[in-house]
Design a protein around this ligand. Structure first.
Ligand code: MEV
Length: 307
């Protein structure tokens, strides 16, 4: 039996603007993981077991746009092997449609498991590129940031179309990741932003420029360990995300609660409209921030150290 996993992710700065080639920063979240397990089968079939959805089906019966089937087919093609004689089971603790990269993490876990099963070593760049192909099924114009940070398992400074830059966080910091409980598919928010951009390019380009500048400043702050500066940058990013139209009443409630409880900064993370809010806490405020988020209606809160 072969096992492989991949972590979740959080975008710290730059979501949406990253689709329009501005820089963004994302970090892996190791508290949650997707896992793929492969066992050989005596017959020729490939059977996919989606444990969390209680579904089991044959690869041959899967429609062309089934993301699990698509990544299995693409990976087998890259590995030069026929997709046959195995059962692949998927399980993930990453909540769906919440901005934590569940789709990309499942893809990366599948690519890693298949590479191991067939005894081929793939680089992070190759793993990421394969997962990117399935990201296109989740939404038409993915920037590639999710598959990149998840395949590299390191903080990334990501600019679409440019070589991947990983970097070191000089001083660890604590984030509370709070789930609004509203599942918000990336596709819808990304499509709405596209329509807003088509309707008023000058306004949106200016907002994207401002978000990109924040991501650049944030990288510099993270690399020199200036954690104090991060909170203001997160708040400024949230103002711009609101202006783009991807916030929501649930997000605003959690952002407000975190700030009132002493968080230095708070913003939505990922596509918005629902999904997760991230709040910058510290050893003193962390419990208070977590409690305030839960009291304000967060479905669950993950407190994680980013190092
Ligand atoms: C989704 O996690 C982040 C977005 O910027 C979309 C993308 O980068 O493809 C909203």
């Amino acid at each position: 039996m072969i096992n492989a996993t991949a972590p979740g992710k959080i975008i710290l700065f730059g979501e949406h603007a990253v689709v329009y080639a501005r820089p963004a920063i994302a970090v892996p979240v190791f508290h949650v993981r997707a896992q793929a397990t492969i066992e050989p089968r005596a017959d020729a079939r490939v059977v996919i077991v989606a444990r969390d959805l209680a579904r089991e089906y044959a690869l041959d019966d899967a429609p062309a746009d089934d993301p699990l089937a698509a990544i299995i087919r693409a990976t087998c093609a890259r590995l030069n092997v026929a997709p046959q004689n195995f059962c692949i089971a998927i399980h993930s603790t990453i909540p769906l449609a919440s901005g934590l990269g569940s789709g990309a993490a499942v893809s990366v876990a599948i690519v890693r498991a298949l590479a191991k099963f067939f005894g081929v070593t793939l680089s992070e760049v190759e793993v990421s590129a394969l997962a990117y192909e399935t990201e296109k099924l989740h939404h038409g114009t993915p920037s590639g940031i999710d598959n990149t940070v998840i395949a590299f398992e390191q903080p990334v400074y990501f600019v679409r179309g440019q070589p991947i830059e990983t970097f070191r966080v000089a001083r660890p910091f604590t984030l509370a990741i709070a789930d609004t409980g509203v599942a918000a598919p990336t596709k819808i928010a990304v499509g709405d932003v596209r329509r807003a951009w088509e309707a008023d390019r000058a306004r949106c380009e200016s907002l994207f420029d401002q978000i990109g500048a924040l991501a650049r400043d944030a990288r510099a702050a993270l690399e020199r360990g200036a954690v104090d500066a991060l909170g203001d940058l997160m708040n400024a990013n949230q103002v711009l995300l609101r202006a783009i139209g991807v916030s929501s009443p649930e997000i605003e409630t959690l952002v407000g609660a975190a700030l009132r409880a002493g968080a230095r900064g708070a913003k939505l993370s990922g596509a918005g409209r629902g999904g997760n809010v991230i709040a910058l806490a510290d050893a003193v405020t962390q419990d208070e921030v977590e409690r305030a988020l839960l009291d304000a209606g967060a479905r669950r809160v993950i407190v994680t150290r980013v190092a």
